[in-house]
Design a protein around this ligand. Sequence first.
Ligand code: ATP
Ligand code: MG
Length: 253
Amino acid sequence: MARRKKIYEGKAKILYEGPEPGTIVQYFKDDATAFNAEKRDVVEGKGVLNNRLCEYFMSGLNNIGVPTHFIKRINMREQLVRAVEIIPLEVVVRNVAAGSISKRLGIEEGTALPRPIVEFYYKDDALGDPLVTEEHIIAFGWAAQQDMDDMVALALRVNDFMSGLMMGVGIKLVDFKIEIGRVWEGDYMRLVVADEISPDSCRLWDIETGQKLDKDVFRRDLGSLADAYTEVARRLGVLPQNAPPLGKPTLIN
Ligand SMILES: Nc1ncnc2c1ncn2[C@@H]1O[C@H](COP(=O)(O)OP(=O)(O)OP(=O)(O)O)[C@@H](O)[C@H]1O
Ligand SMILES: [Mg+2]
């Protein structure tokens, strides 16, 4: 296949033009960043794990009728997705207090929330992705009222699916972030889950020990990020139980 044109390079992924119109190739890098890219490192094998895990979550969602941009995994680091018009919001669902909600509202980390809470953040690195309300979103035209309802419904379906999947392997889904995009089919528009779902974009705690198995391991210097993500992949059966250490391309096809 001829090498494709680069469309965008972000902190964690590179987008290339896909083989067909309306498709994009998403390449998962090993770069880890946190605190709006103030902290950064290269974690060997992270891109491979996130590509695999993202494939697992997105294809599972597709299979239960939750629409996503995911088409297929191409190789160790790349997946083919539908090109979408990204809504400039990060949609966060929280089941347990952690991170910014704990700081902002003074809720101790680990406190179960009375019900899943859906939050919206405006995607703007220069502003540090600020929390916004429905009023802002509609007034500034980032999404319409109907989109708001659809986004909440989509986010909660993803939450139910991901919570159940994780619960089955002894992991608590504390919170996660998704991006949502628009796809057009003639005059008809629908919203799909886009970007990625991976331990970079979720908080995952071992149910028994509370051990963190997500990007907080990197944010808070709690040990090996690759080991944490490998553990998630092994439990889900995405990697064989006895897979040797990361970084050796022959291990994961
Ligand atoms: N299906 C898609 N079609 C078009 N753009 C997409 C799609 N899925 C994800 N994207 C966009 O691709 C980029 C992925 O790159 P990456 O996650 O590395 O970006 P980032 O550094 O987090 O920056 P950003 O602030 O743009 O999200 C994001 O901008 C995301 O919104
Ligand atoms: Mg991103």
